[in-house]
Design a protein around this ligand. Structure first.
Ligand SMILES: [Zn+2]
Length: 175
C-alpha cells in the first residue's frame, strides 16, 4: 500500500468494519512535530497497524511503528541513528464518555466524529518512543573549546525533545 492510502483524516468506524491491515512506509517528512527536534529529516517510518472493533464495539488500534531516527548524541554532540520501535494498542473514541467503558490500563484518544487524524496519533506514539537522552553506545564527550571568560558548554543547549516530552506530559495530565 502506498503513502497515498493514508488520508489526512479517517473515519475509524469505517476502517474498523473493513478490518484490513494498514501497511505503509511513510516519509519522515510527514511527521513535522517529530522533525522539530531532529538534525536530519531523511528516512521513513514503517507502519503496520489495524483497526478493529473489540467485543464492546469500541475501535481498537493495534500495530507497530519502526523508524531509524537521526538524533543528536548528548555526549559527543554528533549525529546518532536511533532505531525507534513502538508497539501500539489504543482505543479511538468519538466521544470522551465512551472511556468509561474502558479499564484503567487501556489507553485511548478522542477524535471528532468521522475525522480522526491517524497520522497525528501515529506521530504521538513515535515521539513517546524516542529516547530522552540519545547517545552512541561508545563515543567520547565533545571537547568544548570555551572562549576565555565564557565557560558555558554547548551541551547545556536546550534539548528540544525534553521540551516536547514536557508538553506531552502536560497533555496527558489534562486528560
Ligand atoms: Zn556520541
Amino acid at each position: 500500500m502506498s503513502e497515498a492510502s493514508l488520508p489526512a483524516h479517517i473515519d475509524p468506524l469505517k476502517w474498523a468494519d473493513r478490518d484490513a491491515p494498514f501497511v505503509a512506509s511513510l516519509p519522515v517528512q510527514r511527521f513535522q512535530r517529530l522533525l522539530a527536534g531532529l538534525p536530519e529529516n531523511a528516512g521513513a517510518v514503517q507502519v503496520t497497524c489495524r483497526l478493529r472493533r473489540d467485543p464492546r464495539g469500541l475501535v481498537l488500534l493495534t500495530g507497530e511503528l519502526h523508524a531509524d531516527v537521526v538524533m543528536t548524541c548528548q555526549r559527543c554532540l554528533d549525529a546518532v541513528t536511533i532505531p525507534v520501535a513502538a508497539d501500539m494498542s489504543l482505543f479511538l473514541l468519538p466521544d470522551e464518555e465512551l472511556a468509561e467503558r474502558l479499564d484503567e490500563s487501556e489507553d485511548y484518544v478522542v477524535y471528532d466524529e468521522g475525522h480522526c487524524d491517524l497520522l497525528a496519533v501515529l506521530e504521538d506514539e513515535l515521539i513517546l518512543a524516542l529516547p530522552l537522552v540519545p547517545r552512541h553506545d561508545d563515543c567520547e564527550p565533545a571537547v568544548v573549546l570555551a572562549e576565555p571568560e565564557t565557560d558555558v558548554p554547548v551541551a547545556q543547549k536546550e534539548n528540544p525533545f525534553l521540551v516536547l516530552a514536557g508538553l506531552k506530559r502536560q497533555d496527558t495530565d489534562s486528560e
